[in-house]
Structures are given as C-alpha cells and as structure tokens.
Write a protein that binds this ligand. Sequence first.
Ligand code: SF4
Length: 231
Amino acid sequence: MSSFGSALHEFLPRLIEQANFDISRSACVVVPSFENLIAALIDAKAGNVQVQPVLKVLSNLDANQPEPLAVLELSEFTEAWPARSKKQMATLAVILKRFAASVVAMGGVERVQEMSAEAVKEAWIQISGLGLATVDQLLCVVGHPVLPIDRATYRILVRHGWISEDAGYEEAQDVILSAAPEDQATLAVLGDAFSKIGKRWCKASLANCLGCPLAPWLPDGGKPYGNSLDD
Ligand code: SF4
C-alpha cells in the first residue's frame, strides 16, 4: 500500500485536471463576509437545508453585520424554513445565534480575519454545537489555510488504509496537511474533491469503487469495500 504522500503526489494532478469539481462553491475560496460565514455554517450543520431563506432574513437587516442575527427571535428562523421540522430548525437557529454573538464579541468579521487561526479556533470551538470540522470550515471562509476533514474525507482515508479507524480528527488532518501543498487553492481543490468523491462514490453505506477517481490507489488487492467490485 502506498503512503498518502506518494499517492497524493500521483492523484492530485489528475483530480485538478479532471476537476469537474466546482471549487467556486467551496467555503475555502469565497470572499470573507459574515453572510458567507453563515452560509458555510448552515451547510456544515444541515447540508440539506436551504441557505437562502436565512440569508434573505439577513439581507433584510444587513448581511454583513452579525449583531442583528445574534438578537433575532428564534421564530424568525423557523418561519424562514416553514417546511422543516421546527425542532431541527430551532437547534440550528440557536447555533447561528451563538455564532453571531461570538463574532460580535470578537469585533466583527474583519477583526476575526486579523486574528491568528489558533485564537479564532479556540474561541469558536467553545461554542456549543460547533465541532472541529465545522470550525475549520468557518476558518476557511475567513481566509485561514486549513483543510476541514468532513466525514467523507475521513471515510476515504480509512478505507484506503491511510489512517486507522480509531484515528482522531487532528491525526487525519495531519496526514493530509503534512503531505499536501500549503497553498489554500490546492487545499480547497483537495478538500472539495474528497468531499464530492465521498458523496458520489464513497458513501457510508457502500463504496462504489468502480469508476471512482481514487480506485487506482486502493490498498493491495483493490477490493476493500463495495459489492460493485465483487460482481
Ligand atoms: S476507490 Fe472505493 S474506497 Fe476509495 S474513495 Fe473511491 S469508493 Fe471509496
């Protein structure tokens, strides 16, 4: 089995070349703004939820000012997503309000951009409801060069034997960051590609390895997962 570093060296150019991966929508390449922070947070916490309604609520206030969001009544969020479960929306709204209050306390988005990644991470990880992956996605939005490890990326690393099943978040991240180029654009391509491969081929329930761009880098034997390979 090749190490992640040597495999990355081979597959990264291919992923970039193939890139029908739309990195323009990646959280890591958007213009830093409070609106984009909120969009990334909603996407991270509830990817199947429409972001637009809450952005519309924000735009009625001022999309780049966190203060109004921090003081919005919960009902204004649940009304923005009328077709969704009230409980799920209320939980999401509480997290959004906590996050907005934190950005206010830190002095606004521009001040957050000036702070070190470590200081911002330390503040945001204290917010109940935010995990390491979500915080990393938010750090991307404010321009810090990080690579969020979502569940799909973690799954791919495990299935290829690049990390063990009991590896923690930071260990998984270290495996990638110690081998990947340091520029944010490349990290964004890599993160986006892994995320999309995870959603399209490497699902939690089944790895459809046939046709997957990472199939040539399967561990020795090449049939670790997926009944599509057993046909
Ligand atoms: S080759 Fe198979 S195990 Fe590897 S990422 Fe693709 S679907 Fe997942």
